[in-house]
Design a protein around this ligand. Structure first.
Ligand SMILES: *[C@@H]1O[C@H](CO)[C@@H](O)[C@H](O)[C@H]1NC(C)=O
Ligand SMILES: *[C@@H]1O[C@H](CO)[C@@H](O)[C@H](O)[C@H]1NC(C)=O
Ligand SMILES: *[C@@H]1O[C@H](CO)[C@@H](O)[C@H](O)[C@H]1NC(C)=O
Ligand SMILES: [Cu+2]
Length: 727
């Protein structure tokens, strides 16, 4: 992997996106080369920023995985394999004259039974790549066999929608305005220097507008960079261009907000050194450093680059350009038998839906689908050691393909670490009343796999946290910058009567527009094997017959086994509570209960948009918080394989209309977690983290508490630190 000095060579490149990308500087690595080799693509902090100066410290016992050898059927494509796919495609007759841009290139995973049958030491199943290439507006879907060097399958996608955007698409779109006299004139008229202008590329969504049909379009909106490093806080409001990505021309030019002042730069800075200069630091005393120590070293290992073993858990962890982080074959050891038992075949974030709540010309289209439009992996930058992940973290890279088919590395994209946050995993004390001196308590130590995607202004941190009691907590945290709207007033008292506020004022002349975030997880649960059922365990009020009891009512649990997909479309309701179990009906405990895991919702939110509103149609998979589908390897992406400008004709919601049987067979659970975001002043200029989560929790999976035998800590187990100052 490249060291710090080779990063520096690319330090001029600024970029990366989401619903956005900026800058018309074309990074130095950007030129297609005939000789494919691994090049790092990185966001590089500016010189003032203190981050990423050193490579992360790797625990002594851990060696970095060699990304060049394949050990497991699910291992992602290596750089060599990606290069080879590019070569195979270049000599494939339909593409011989010119290779169309590659929009997606990743492992075509072997069929599930093959993976399940494979054991360490067995020969690996054939290695295949799944490729999406775009040629003359048509999406080619290819399966390339690396062993034979042949294209095994090639079809043209017929549904609506285009594959994820490439970096070339974004760079091309961002250049377009700068060749426009109209744009130049508007910038001048706003009193802004053209050299201070940088733009972003919000995706256009799909609204059936004539000028956007049958071509790939993207919006371009710009910001004044003068006096700030906070890209997003000084919008040139009202200037919105619709750009044809392939023809590289403006198809619609909207310029309405020249009268709206550009918000001031003061107070927008967020980089460490710069904030101090502006604010001073005479408020609360800073916290003294705190860290977690592992005097005996870590308890986890990463074998063959991707297989994580920790406590009673074992799973495969990899980076994916679209999903970001993928957990596969998660298995937990049974304390009674010592056997590894299957919990989940595959888990990842399948799609994100982020609709903004403003119907204006420059805003209505902001209804992002970040995974399928931009990719959660390609936007996941290097994690910042000591801050994004603790010192005891282990780091993993992502190896992805550029649009010319060459590999590049997203280094330190995933981190893995053990966490002790001072919590308790179980306890009990007896009081003097029970005449006992029992004080039993066990510390809770967990294992976290983490990634952080910076999809333009927003940052999404995804954690998969494994506990020794068998629970997996999935967390999605939001941070980063608000997407703000320039407003012609500085104070709420000056809001004109006829002005429609689409969010609160978060700074002078800055509105934080209300929006939602929905994250839909694909959870292919395999509880002790693939054939599972979904059970809605409803809590229902029972009324006692007169005379039976002093009580009038009590609550009973009623188990409803879902027979078809229609039975498992769940909208969460506080006054009609349920537990949602995935069980293996053939695997009964000694007491006769089926082994299961339940999905335990945390705080959540549902979309309030009209179901016929185009963005909601495209994201109809958010109409329910839970869906269950029969396993189908083509149904991985809740919003469809091709979501860019899609019309919602190929989503989890349309697949589910078939109402297929789901009882006692291989099923996939889909869970959506969401939040309504009404911005507030504290979200400016950078937003403190907001955390959403849900749990996957064993239910009758173990015969009894699986961590009954866990040992407590004793003084001798932990090093004694001398305190710098006494209390
Ligand atoms: C923008 O317009 C100004 C004034 O007409 C002109 O001098 C300048 O060359 C233009 N710049 C570009 C990049 O077109
Ligand atoms: C698998 O999913 C695809 C896409 O939804 C569908 O076309 C195909 O018919 C499905 N296969 C089965 C066996 O249901
Ligand atoms: C799983 O269920 C399917 C469909 O009901 C059946 O064909 C298959 O034999 C079952 N597999 C196992 C291992 O029981
Ligand atoms: Cu938000």
């Amino acid at each position: 992997m490249a060291g710090p000095s080779s990063y520096l060579r690319f330090s001029l490149s600024i970029f990366f996106f989401s619903f956005v990308l900026f800058s018309i500087f074309i990074p130095s690595w950007y030129h297609p080369s005939n000789e494919p080799k691994l090049r790092p693509k990185r966001f590089f902090p500016t010189s003032k920023s203190p981050v990423v100066e050193e490579p992360p410290r790797i625990c002594k016992t851990k060696t970095r995985p060699s990304s060049q050898t394949i050990h497991h059927p699910l291992d992602p494509l290596t750089a060599q394999e990606i290069t080879r796919v590019g070569l195979i495609l270049r000599s494939y007759p339909p593409f011989e004259s010119s290779l169309p841009p590659i929009h997606s290139l990743s492992l075509h995973e072997p069929e599930k039974p093959e993976v399940l049958a494979w054991e360490k030491g067995d020969p690996l199943p054939p290695r295949r790549a799944f490729v999406l290439a775009l040629s003359s507006g048509r999406t080619h879907e290819l399966v390339v066999d690396l062993g034979s060097g042949r294209v095994e399958a090639h079809s043209i996608e017929s549904g609506s929608g285009f594959p994820p955007l490439t970096l070339d698409d974004l760079v091309a779109a961002l250049e377009v305005p700068f060749a426009s006299a109209e744009f130049n004139e508007s910038i001048l008229a706003r009193g802004v220097l053209l050299s201070d202008v940088k733009c972003i590329t919000p995706s256009s969504g799909w609204y059936g507008q004539a000028e956007e049909e049958k071509r790939r379009v993207i919006k371009v909106q710009c910001f004044d960079q003068e006096g700030t490093s906070n890209f997003y806080m000084r919008p040139l409001e009202g200037l919105t261009m619709t750009v044809d990505i392939d023809k590289r021309e403006i198809v619609k030019f909207l310029d309405s907000g020249r009268g709206i002042p550009i918000p001031k730069s003061a107070g927008t800075e967020y980089r460490y050194g710069s904030v101090e200069e502006e604010v001073g630091c005479d408020s609360a005393p800073p916290l003294k450093p705190i860290s977690m120590e592992q005097p005996g070293g870590p308890s986890f290992s990463v074998e063959d680059g991707h297989v994580v073993k920790w406590a009673n858990w074992e799973f495969h962890l990899k980076a994916d350009h679209r999903a970001g982080l993928v957990i596969s074959r998660a298995r937990v050891r049974d304390p009674e038998t010592g056997a590894l038992r299957s919990v989940m075949y595959k888990g990842f974030v399948s799609e994100l839906f982020v609709p903004y709540m403003d119907p204006d010309d420059g805003w209505y289209f902001k209804t992002y689908m970040d995974a399928g439009e931009f990719g959660m992996g390609v936007t996941a930058m290097s994690l910042v050691p000591l801050n994004d992940c603790p010192r005891n973290a282990y780091y993993m890279d992502g190896i992805f393909a550029s649009s010319d088919g060459t590999p590049y590395s997203q280094s330190n994209m995933i981190c893995l670490f053990e966490r002790y946050a001072g919590d308790i995993s179980w306890r009990h004390s007896e009081s003097p009343l029970t005449a006992s001196q029992i004080r039993e308590s066990r510390p809770k130590v967990t294992l976290v796999a983490r990634m952080a995607s910076s999809v333009g202004n927003y940052d999404y941190i995804f954690d998969w946290e494994f506990q020794t009691d068998g629970l997996i907590q999935v967390k999605a945290s939001l941070s980063g910058m608000l997407m703000v709207k320039g407003a012609p007033f500085e104070n709420t008292k000056n809001v004109p009567e006829d002005y429609e506020m689409t969010g609160p004022l978060v700074s002078e002349n800055v509105i934080g527009v209300i929006h939602d975030h929905f994250m839909t997880f694909h959870l292919d649960m395999d509880i002790d094997g693939s054939n599972n059922s979904f059970v809605n365990v409803r809590l229902e009020k029972e009324e006692t017959p007169p005379g039976r009891s002093p009580r009038k009512s009590y609550v009973k649990a009623r188990r409803l086994v879902a027979r078809t997909e229609g039975d498992a479309k769940i909208k969460l309701k506080l006054y009609e509570p349920s537990e949602f179990h995935v069980i293996n009906p053939s695997r009964l405990s000694r007491l006769g209960n089926p082994a299961g895991y339940k999905v335990v919702p945390g705080g959540n939110a549902a979309s309030l948009l009209d179901v016929d509103d185009p963005p909601q149609l495209r994201n109809a998979y958010t109409n329910n918080q839970i869906w269950v589908t029969p396993y189908n390897r083509s149904e991985q992406w809740a919003g469809g394989l091709l979501v860019y400008q899609s019309r919602g004709d190929n989503t989890l919601a349309t697949w589910s209309e078939r109402n297929r049987p789901i009882e006692d067979r291989d099923i996939v659970l889909w869970y959506t977690v969401g939040v309504h975001h009404i911005p507030c002043q504290e979200d400016f200029p950078v937003m403190p983290t907001v955390q959403l989560s849900f749990d996957l929790k064993p239910v009758n999976f173990f015969e009894s508490n699986p961590i009954l035998h866990a040992a407590p800590y004793f003084e001798k187990d932990l090093p004694v630190c001398t305190m710098a100052a006494s209390f």
